[in-house]
Design a protein around this ligand. Structure first.
Ligand code: UT7
Length: 325
């Protein structure tokens, strides 16, 4: 059977120039480099410059991904930006990126699932490609979480960073088997009962201000390990695959301990897991495509490898995707 697959054609990323170390943070809040490394695995994070916006980061990442794909903007019909830190309440960051890429056809919109945003956006773009509604799509995760952090709260401000990553997807004929390149399955879940465990205390229809991030870290941690392992296994099962088929797990980069526990539950050794949390911290929706870009460019991820992407974030939302690169 011939079907249309959403095949990755290129990947790109962007990190703001400024690097903030743990030692630097320990001068402004009551924390230490050792505490942050031991509890999270984070050594440093990038912070956007004054005036540098989520759409700027996204534009850099998308341009790099288009270059790798060797595709013209005319071949792209859809841009999806996953972000919880848009430039403005509206218009969408995606339409701002669309305009700056010189794309005046097709359609662009944002997806908001916080740290699961990239998996959600990938799933949405895949549906449009598989149904023939878009020939090519750019799926971007881009965040400036530094703008919504309470820099006096040591329990949250040490955990996050800014950055963007992008993947270009192209509709190509597949056979319908697991040997096909492309997105082989996606699984998405959410449960709003957990809104209060991870949220921003503001917004257009509440305070009228952007607000700041608030989190019950222990509560998120507890759910993360369980939900991520379940959803990872579900995405593999939907595609008729098992963990032994996986070459690389590319997880959301929130905490090295969550990454390791989830890998262990799924049954994948850490030498098959891409970890960038030490350099990027938690960049929310940008973390998976940033990690993908690192591992594709350093030669670990190669064409034909089976990848398992998994993420969890505020809402709670969580999701996973099985992708043959
Ligand atoms: O992307 C999805 C969203 N986020 C996540 O996935 C994050 C999930 N949660 C986590 O990663 C972890 O829960 C944290 C890294 C946030 C915290 O690690 P933990 O091992 O769960 O620590 P804890 O919250 O149990 O805190 C232990 C202690 C507390 O002191 P007491 O109450 O034991 O006296 C905290 O006040 O560590 C203290 N603490 C700190 N100490 C130094 C909290 N933050 C810091 C800090 N520096 N930055």
């Amino acid at each position: 059977m011939t079907i249309i697959r959403a095949v990755p054609a290129g990947v790109g990323s962007y990190l703001p120039e400024r690097i903030m170390t743990n030692d630097e943070l320990s001068k402004t809040v009551d924390t230490t480099h050792d505490w942050i490394v031991e509890r999270t695995g984070i050594h440093r994070r990038h912070i956007a410059a004054d005036g540098e916006m989520t759409s700027d980061l996204a534009l850099h990442a998308a341009s790099q991904a288009l270059d790798m794909a060797a595709m013209e903007i005319g071949e792209i019909d859809l841009i999806v930006v996953a972000t919880a830190t848009p430039d403005q309440t509206f218009p969408s960051t995606a339409t701002r990126v669309q305009n700056r890429l010189g794309m005046h056809h097709g359609f662009a919109f944002d997806v908001q699932a916080v740290c699961s945003g990239f998996v959600y956006a990938l799933s949405v773009a895949t549906q449009f490609i598989e149904t023939g509604k878009a020939r090519g799509a750019i799926v971007i995760g881009s965040e400036t979480f530094s703008r919504i952090l309470d820099w006096s709260d040591r329990t949250t401000c040490v955990l996050f960073g800014d950055g963007a990553g992008a993947v270009v997807l192209k509709g190509e004929a597949g056979t319908g088997t697991t040997a096909d390149r492309g997105v082989l399955s996606t699984e998405l879940r959410s449960d709003g009962a957990h809104n209060a465990s991870l949220y921003v205390d503001g917004g257009p229809s509440t305070t009228g201000l952007a607000g700041q991030l608030r989190m019950n870290g222990r509560e998120v941690f507890k759910h993360a390990v369980r939900n991520l392992a379940e959803i990872g296994e579900a995405a593999l099962a939907t595609a008729n695959l098992t963990s032994s088929d996986v070459q690389w797990v590319v997880p959301h980069q929130a905490n090295a301990r969550i990454i390791a526990s989830t890998a262990q539950k799924i049954g994948v050794e850490m030498n098959r897991v891409i970890v960038t949390v030490q350099d990027h911290a938690n960049t929310s929706a940008a973390s998976i495509p940033l990690a993908l870009d690192v591992a594709v460019r350093d030669g670990r991820i190669r064409q034909g490898d089976l990848l398992l992407l998994e993420a969890m974030g505020g809402g709670f939302t969580w999701g996973a995707a099985a992708v043959r690169w």
